[in-house]
Design a protein around this ligand. Structure first.
Ligand code: NIG
Ligand code: FE
Length: 391
């Protein structure tokens, strides 16, 4: 098996809990990659020889970013809706239906090529693991083919038939829930690992969300939830009660939600690009962290509420607007985001320690702080995915 040593790493973010600080930083570091795994981590002066040597030139190396929440399978865009929003029209869940119409009309090849382009865009910005949801098909056929497309791009596919009630079921939302939990789930489960519900006024209520999660889990999928995006509601507590790994958005939280998150250990995945792009208030990540809640960050890349694929932008927003330190924000897009996808095990991602998948980002900067300090600057100079240089 071929080996590569990356030496001259000015600052290495390991996220190794056996090392000091939030990020387990090592200075003057080296990493050895063997095949698709991290094989050795330590000081450059002590690094073993390898087949290939790469000099990082004093720059920073981090774990590849994990984007645990995205909606990349869709056609068309909603630039006009965004422009209207910037003149004061509020964001509403109903906009999803615009993307549904475009997605239904698009051939599989187009859905795949557009989603693949977004995955490439993410990779160039350091994202080496991505979760992709369906949710713009909303018929059995269109959800199943959306997931078949997503499956070609990631292992982390999520069935989101319960994104919004489509127009043709507007008169009878419960009949749509029956479709989602019945034939649609049956057609989609083979292509999906996770099941998600948008639990929000204007989408699905808590009883409907429970029914969808029950059915999904019975079919072997694991639950995730969109909750607290447009206002407070029971969704966050539902996620905690069920012991879900993560509940996403959490823009509006009540004290009982924070307590439930802390007690259950359910990760609050915050999506600061959404607040940026909808002009809603940012969630208070500082308060959550201080209360002992685990916080991840993700892009939510989608054509409506947030069309960014940039994890570095999310880091910068979380630091500038949500009270996170740069170290906390970097941890939130690596180790904690990996945990939100159940990928934080010894063979997982999100940390640079021996045995983990060799997913690494080389920054054109001396430290991780520059991700927030230099917003909007393309700082990703190199990416290794499964041990192979891909950028
Ligand atoms: O996560 N909240 C629901 N779904 C997406 C938005 C989808 C859309 O507007 O198209 C979200 O923000
Ligand atoms: Fe989302």
């Amino acid at each position: 098996m071929s080996t590569t040593v990356i030496t001259g790493i000015g600052e290495l973010v390991t996220n190794d809990p056996a090392r000091e600080g939030v990020l387990g930083l090592v200075t003057d570091a080296a990493v050895v990659i063997e095949g698709d795994r991290v094989a050795w981590v330590g000081r450059a002066a002590e690094a073993p020889a390898a087949d290939v040597a790469v000099d990082a030139g004093g720059r920073a190396v981090l774990p590849g970013f994990v984007d645990s929440h995205s909606h990349l399978v869709f056609a068309g865009d909603r630039a006009e809706e965004f422009a209207a929003r910037m003149s004061g029209t509020p964001y509403a869940a109903g906009g999803i239906r615009t993307s549904v119409a475009a997605t239904r009309a698009a051939p599989d090849e187009l859905l795949l090529s557009r989603a693949a382009q977004l995955v490439q865009e993410m990779l160039r910005q350091g994202t080496t693991t991505v979760e992709i949801k369906s949710g713009y098909g909303l018929t059995t056929r269109d959800e199943a083919r959306s997931l078949a497309v997503a499956r070609q791009l990631t292992e982390h596919t999520t069935f989101l038939g319960a994104h919004v009630v489509p127009e043709e079921h507007a008169d009878d939302p419960d009949a749509y829930v029956e479709l989602v939990t019945g034939p649609m789930l049956e057609a989609c489960a083979p292509h999906a690992r996770w099941i998600d519900v948008f639990c929000e006024t204007g989408a699905f209520d808590v009883d409907q969300a429970r029914a969808v999660l029950d059915a999904g889990e019975a079919a072997g999928l694991r639950g995730r939830l969109h909750a607290g995006q447009l206002g407070p509601g029971p969704g966050v507590r539902l996620a905690c009660e069920r012991g879900l790994l993560a509940v996403d958005h959490c823009t509006y939280l009540e004290a009982a939600d924070v307590e439930a998150l802390r007690e259950s250990g359910t990760i609050a995945t915050l999506l600061p690009g959404v607040e940026f792009s909808t002009s809603q208030p940012y969630p208070d990540a500082r308060a959550l962290l201080d209360a002992g809640v685990r916080v991840a960050l993700a892009s939510d890349c989608n054509p409506g509420s947030c069309f960014t694929s940039s994890i570095p932008l999310c880091v910068a927003l979380a630091v500038r607007e949500m009270g996170m330190t740069p170290a906390e924000a970097v941890h939130a897009v690596t180790a904690t985001a990996a945990a939100a996808l159940d990928e934080d095990g010894p063979r997982g991602v999100g940390r640079i320690v021996p045995g983990r998948r060799a997913d690494l980002v080389l920054l054109d900067a001396p430290s991780h702080v520059h991700l927030a300090y230099r917003p909007g600057v393309p700082l990703v100079a190199g990416v290794w995915q499964k041990g192979r240089p891909v950028v």
